[in-house]
Design a protein around this ligand. Structure first.
Ligand code: NAD
Length: 287
C-alpha cells in the first residue's frame, strides 16, 4: 500500500473541528475511516449521533468510505468499541488518531477533582483506551500508526488549563514510549500540536488570529504521519496556519560536580546549570 490508500484509520472526536478535517482528508486520500464522536458539548456534557453521522454522510456522498461510532473514548469499553467498529466495517485497523477532547478551564486554585478528572479521562485515558485496543492488531500485522493531539498548553502551559496541559503533555510521554515499544513492529507514534479555529478555540484566541488558522491546514500533516512512507516516531509537530515546526527537548551543557555539592555550591553554579547557550538535543542517559 502507499500513502493511506485502503488503510483503516479511526479518528476520535471526528464529528467536528479538526477531527472532521482529518476524517474528510483521509477519506479523500483513499483511507477507510471510523468517525468516532460522542456528540456532546465542548465541556463533554451530553451526547448524540448527529455529529458523527453528518461527517460519515459527507464522506460517503463524496464517494469515500466511513462508518460512525458514537461511544465515549473515556472508558475501556469505549476504546474497544472504536476498534471493533473498524473490524466490523472494514476487517482491520491500521491507524488511530487520538483527537477527542474537552475543556473544563478554571484557575488551578478553583479546580475541582471532578474538573481535573473529566479532562484527564477524555484526553489521556481516552488515548490509552483506543490505542491499547488497537495495539495487539498493530503488532500482529507488523504495521500501525498512532497520532495524538497534544497542545501548546501541554508544552508551555496556559492560564486556567492545568488539567488540560497535564493531559496533553502526558500524551507526549505516552508516544515517547510507544515509539520505543512499537519500532520493531513498524508501529510509529507521533504527536501534533494544532493551532486552528474550532469551537474549542472560539473564545480562547482573538478572532483576527483565528481567521488565519483554518483547521484544514493541520490535516495534511496528520495525514502524512499516517502514511506507509512516514518513518518518524516520537516526533512532536506544531501545525497551524501553514506553519509546521518540530518541537524537541534540548539540554544545557550544565555542570558536573565531582563531589556531592552543598546547597550553596549549587546556588553558586546555578547560572551555568540553566544557561542554554550551546544546548544540544536531549538524550536519555539513565532510563
Ligand atoms: P472540538 O471541540 O471541535 O473537537 C473535539 C471533538 O471531540 C468534539 O467533536 C467532541 O464531540 C469530541 N469528543 C469530546 N469528548 C469525547 C469523548 N469522550 N469521546 C469521543 N469524542 C469526544 O475541538 P478541536 O479544536 O477540533 O480539537 C481537537 C483536538 O485538538 C483536541 O484534542 C484538542 O485538545 C486538540 N487541540 C486543538 C487546538 C486548536 O487550536 N483547535 C489546539 C491544541 C490542541
Amino acid at each position: 500500500m502507499a500513502g493511506v490508500q485502503d488503510r483503516v484509520i479511526a479518528v476520535t472526536g471526528a464529528g467536528g473541528g479538526l477531527g472532521r478535517e482529518y476524517a474528510l482528508l483521509l477519506a479523500r486520500s483513499g483511507a477507510k475511516v471510523v468517525v468516532n464522536d460522542l456528540g456532546g458539548a465542548r465541556d463533554g456534557s451530553g451526547s448524540g449521533t448527529t455529529m458523527a453521522d453528518a461527517v460519515v454522510t459527507e464522506i460517503t456522498e463524496a464517494g469515500g468510505q466511513a462508518v460512525a461510532n458514537y461511544d465515549s473514548v473515556a472508558s475501556e469499553e469505549g476504546g474497544a468499541s472504536v476498534v471493533r467498529a473498524a473490524f466490523d466495517a472494514f476487517g482491520r485497523i491500521d491507524g488511530v488518531v487520538s483527537n477527542a477532547g474537552i475543556l473544563r478551564d478554571v484557575a488551578f486554585h478553583k479546580m475541582t477533582a471532578e474538573q481535573w478528572d473529566a479532562v484527564l479521562q477524555v484526553h489521556l485515558h481516552g488515548t490509552y483506551h483506543v490505542v491499547r485496543a488497537a495495539w495487539p492488531h498493530f503488532r500482529e500485522q507488523g504495521h500501525g500508526r498512532v497520532v495524538v493531539a497534544t497542545s501548546n498548553t501541554g508544552l508551555y502551559g496556559n492560564f486556567g488549563q492545568a488539567n488540560y496541559g497535564a493531559a496533553k503533555l502526558g500524551m507526549v510521554g505516552l508516544i515517547n514510549t510507544l515509539a520505543i515499544e512499537g519500532r520493531k513492529y513498524n508501529i510509529l507514534a507521533n504527536a501534533v500540536a494544532p493551532q486552528a479555529a474550532t469551537r474549542m478555540t472560539e473564545d480562547v484566541a482573538p478572532a483576527e488570529l483565528l481567521a488565519k488558522l483554518p483547521a484544514a491546514h493541520v490535516a495534511p500533516v496528520v495525514g502524512h504521519l499516517l502514511t506507509d512512507e512516514c518513518a518518524d516516531s516520537g516526533t512532536v509537530v506544531v501545525v497551524g496556519g501553514g506553519l509546521c515546526t518540530r518541537v524537541q527537548l534540548f539540554e544545557s551543557t550544565g555542570v558536573t560536580f565531582a563531589e556531592v555539592p552543598t546547597i550553596e555550591q549549587v546556588g553558586e553554579r546555578w547560572a551555568e546549570i540553566v544557561d542554554m547557550n550551546g544546548a544540544v538535543p536531549a538524550i536519555n542517559r539513565v532510563g
